[in-house]
Design a protein around this ligand. Structure first.
Ligand code: ZN
Length: 64
């Protein structure tokens, strides 16, 4: 079984499945999932306001 990663949309607070999320954006080393274009717009308009590290998932460094 595949492990599902649940993210919390930092804008609306909804829990989103990464596979079904509208988009995943990276900000300062953390990934945040946004459920819809509206949340994406909000997030990108003021990422510092919404990007809370406990809601994001740390980006793994590229493995070589
Ligand atoms: Zn949302």
């Amino acid at each position: 079984m595949k492990k599902q990663t649940l993210y919390r949309d930092p804008v609306c607070g909804k829990r989103v499945n990464r596979q079904k999320a509208h988009i995943a954006v990276e900000y300062e080393g953390y990934v945040y999932c946004l459920c819809c274009p509206r949340c994406q717009q909000e997030f990108e308009g003021d990422p510092a306001k919404y990007a809370k590290k406990e809601l994001g998932h740390k980006v793994r460094k590229r493995e070589r």
